[in-house]
Write a protein that binds this ligand. Structure first.
Ligand code: BMA
Length: 827
């Protein structure tokens, strides 16, 4: 206690001796907010940042939109105008500063902002940040009021200005997250509100506005960092400024350069720099860069950023097949493995830093090195990209346009230009971002989804020209002018109606699912880069219980059906299940098999794509996550539970794998190595066992796994072997791991019934579970009531082996461990 008070006094003394700094300040204005419908009189407390749906929920004015069919009865919220207000005091010291501005990082969407009853701002884009000079209006006591007009008013107005209708609906007129108007995996919850921070910014004579760090390799292992700094200041000050550049907290350079005008560029040399790598190829090293500007001894302002030194190139070159599509990072051809990312919640304010951290850890854990931030969501919060930088996850960033044609009037284009400039500037220092892509499926939609039917040539030309203005001009010019990151006009390059989809650019294969083609289609039709393909499954029992607010697993209730947003969703799952799996009659088993089915189909695709390396150089499935509890294409459900797909994808995405395929009675075995090192393996085995564990055939092999390669090491003619395809599994060892594959579809396997014996031991982090059985147990599914994470799940247990699984949980007891296997479901 005594030491503590001495310390405090010393710190206070030191603080009072330090020179006074007149640094710019940013004060959060997040307190005291209340809200009401414009036509109401009763104000209720509100959270900022937030949205009206969350506020109504917090005030118990509505039922939770994610439960049952509540969504339907909540549509009035987006048909209503809403009003938010707060009051705040400003200290004299702040008020006396020469410059005072209010900054709104995100207002969703048509907002009129009043400060002390003066209209200071009108906004029309949730993706833009707005700043207003309030020096003349701000007082020591203030009130701030923001009115959000329902989106339909502007939308109807803009619609009337056009003499034709644009696909798809009115959402195209409003610059806000498009999925909020309803999607085939998400509810229609068109939120409004102050969705990002609001600050009061105050400063006197000097303010650093931004920093951009670029780099260039030069001779003698030196990399030059260029720091482009933008500032606002009064001219007199410029003569006496000193700039200190810190790298990793070490003073690298002090400069007294004359800092006139808006921009100042300086250069720092780094010898033998650590490069930034995607996590599966190296260390995602980041340099901390800080610039401190001083006037004599007094600090005027400082700005920091992180810099990952890496180069990126999108290689699109004509070749014998068509045109390549792959990324080079630091000069290395990188195979991209991952998924498409959507917003984590329809109510964005519910997504905490912990959600970002967990989800992105799950991405790394599943050996993914790329996420595509899909164009119907949001330009994510800074934390998302900070974590991707830190964890070595590459980001394919769409601009926020999806599945539609957009207007092209001047006001709209200007709005888009400002949105693009701001977001590209905000995100351009992130090493993780390796691509900006114009839109999701707009071009495919226009060329393939019947959008051109019954339109005059003039109309078609007008719509397409407007498309080109945005995606072929504004967006690429913005990216080119502000970054050195590649731009891609639309994903996919060609829709599946064009045969070139397989030979050129990126592809979305929705023959699987939407066109009900069997999963084998993925093996026979491999494109250059698969940026979307997917299959739905049911979510965890936890999600189903939550939706129904009942302990019984009911997947036919009206409540539950509202959480399947694809019109033929249930039917498609069933159709595919009948082809490849036993179809259980009880709901609990059906949910389990739906997840196995999804994992089976999607990993079939992933491995076919990887086997085809370097023809194919990437595989991103649709979709990583959910924005509410639902039946969807995700591999992780809304509550963060891994579905079977996430566990299986982890194995299929590993840098080194054995992958097999059976074609015309021939078992083809491939060794894939995405790593940078060549590996020589000796005395590895490939064996065929029956389900009782009797070995029926074996061979051993040596092999060289070249770096960044896929090689076919063996073709085995199965006809020569005396085996029953339905009663065997293939086991291949490689580099300390073993890989199981089958010669028949899961539904045809003659799996046997036998108990799975379990022993459980308590550990510090949870429990260890040891499993054993006398026969091959397929897709062992472990479940417990306690919240936690199994190190593996939905796995195959070989006859006779003792398998150890960890269950990470805070629970003290594990008396309720349940085990399900596919063996139980096969007659
Ligand atoms: C893809 C996506 C989404 C959609 C998904 C599933 O094409 O771009 O628009 O949700 O298909 O249908």
């Amino acid at each position: 206690m005594k030491t503590y008070s001495i310390l405090v006094i010393t710190v206070l003394m030191l603080m009072s001796c330090r020179p006074k700094h007149d640094v710019p300040v940013a004060i959060d204005l997040h307190s005291n907010w209340s809200f009401k419908a414009v036509n109401d009189s009763l104000w209720k407390p509100a959270s900022v940042p937030g949205n009206v749906h969350s506020d109504l929920l917090n005030n118990k004015r509505i039922e939770h939109p994610f439960i049952g069919a509540n969504e339907d009865s909540l549509q009035w919220i987006s048909d209503t105008d809403w009003e938010y207000k707060t009051s705040f005091s400003v200290a004299k010291e702040t008020l006396n500063k020469k410059h005072l501005s209010l900054n709104f990082k995100g207002l969703d969407t048509y907002a009129s902002v009043f400060l002390n009853d003066s209209l200071i701002l009108k906004t029309n884009n949730a993706f833009r940040e707005f700043s207003v000079d309030v020096k003349s209006i701000l007082a020591s006591e203030n009130n701030l009021r923001i009115v959000f007009e329902r989106t339909s008013i502007s939308e109807e107005h803009d619609k009337e200005k056009l003499n034709y209708q644009l696909p798809e609906g009115n959402r195209i007129f409003t610059r806000k997250a498009q999925f909020q108007y309803g999607w085939d995996w998400g509810p229609k919850l068109n939120t409004s509100g102050i969705w990002r921070p609001v600050t009061l910014n105050a400063w006197n004579d000097f303010k650093l506005e931004s920093i951009q760090v670029t780099h260039q390799k030069s001779a003698n292992s030196i990399t030059k960092l260029f720091l482009d700094i933008k500032k606002i200041s009064s001219v007199e000050l410029d003569k006496n400024l000193t700039y200190e550049i810190y790298i990793n907290d070490e003073l690298y350079k002090t400069s007294k350069d004359v800092f006139k005008g808006y921009s100042w560029t300086t250069q720092v040399d780094i010898k033998n720099p650590n490069l930034w790598w995607p996590h599966n190829l190296g260390d995602p090293y980041l340099y901390d860069i800080k610039v401190v500007v001083k006037n004599g001894n007094s600090i005027l302002d400082s700005i920091s950023t992180k810099k990952g030194i890496r180069t990126v190139e999108l290689v699109t070159e004509k070749d014998n097949h068509g045109e390549s599509f792959y990324f080079k990072v630091n000069g290395i051809d990188v195979y991209m493995k991952g998924a498409n990312y959507i917003p984590q919640n329809s109510m964005q304010n519910q997504v905490t830093d912990a959600h970002y951290e967990k989800l992105l850890d799950d991405v790394v854990d599943a050996n993914m090195n790329m996420l595509r931030v899909w164009g119907g969501g949001i330009y994510e919060n800074d934390i998302f990209y900070d974590l991707c930088d830190e964890k070595g996850i590459l980001v394919w960033q769409d601009f926020m346009f999806a599945c539609a044609m957009y207007p092209g009037d001047n006001a709209f284009l200007e709005n888009i230009q400002l949105e693009a400039t701001q977001n590209v500037k905000r995100l351009r220092n992130h090493a993780s971002i390796v691509l900006w892509c114009g839109n999701n499926e707009n071009s495919e939609g226009w060329h393939r989804w019947g959008w051109q039917a019954n339109r005059s040539d003039e109309e078609k030309e007008d719509i397409w020209n407007n498309y080109l203005k945005v995606f072929d001009s504004i967006l690429p010019n913005t990216v080119k002018g502000l970054t050195d990151i590649p731009y891609w006009e639309s994903s996919p390059k060609y829709g599946r109606g064009n045969p070139k989809y397989k030979t050129e650019g990126d592809a979305h294969d929705w023959w699987i699912w939407h066109d009900a083609y069997p999963f084998e289609h993925l093996e026979k039709n491999v494109p250059r880069f698969m940026s979307e393909f997917g299959f739905q499954s049911f979510p965890s029992y936890e999600a189903i219980r939550y939706i129904n607010q009942s302990d019984t697993i009911n997947i036919t209730s009206e409540s539950f059906k509202n959480h399947q947003k694809h019109v033929r969703g249930f039917q498609l799952i069933d159709e595919y299940m009948q082809r490849d799996f036993p179809v259980p009659t009880n709901a609990e088993d059906y949910v389990y098999v739906s997840q196995l089915l999804q994992a089976y189909g999607i990993t079939k695709g992933i491995e076919a794509h990887r086997r085809a390396r370097p023809y194919n150089m990437g595989t991103l499935y649709w979709q990583l996550n959910d924005c509410w509890p639902a039946v969807s294409w995700s591999s992780i459900d809304y509550f963060g539970n891994w579905k079977a797909l996430h566990y299986h994808a982890k194995k299929s995405f590993d840098n080194i794998i054995v992958s097999t395929s059976v074609e015309n009675n021939s078992l083809k075995t491939y060794l894939i190595n995405d790593g940078l090192k060549q590996i020589d393996v000796h005395n590895e085995f490939q064996m065929i066992f029956n389900f009782d564990g009797d070995m029926l055939w074996t061979r051993n092999f040596d092999a060289t796994l070249y770096n960044t390669s896929s090689i076919l090491i063996n073709e085995l003619d199965l006809k020569d072997l005396d085996i029953d395809y339905e009663d065997v599994y293939v086991l291949t060892t490689l580099n300390g791991k073993s890989y199981i594959s089958y010669l028949a579809k899961p539904k045809d396997l003659k799996l046997k019934k036998a108990p799975v014996n379990q022993t459980i031991a308590k550990t510090q982090k949870g429990f260890k579970i040891f499993l054993h059985s006398t026969t091959l147990q397929k897709n062992v599914f472990l479940q417990a009531n306690a919240k936690g994470h199994f190190s593996d799940n939905y796995f195959d247990l070989k006859p006779g082996e003792i398998l150890e699984i960890e269950f990470e949980t805070d629970a003290e007891h594990l008396d309720d461990l349940k085990i399900k296997t596919l063996n139980d479901l096969i007659d």
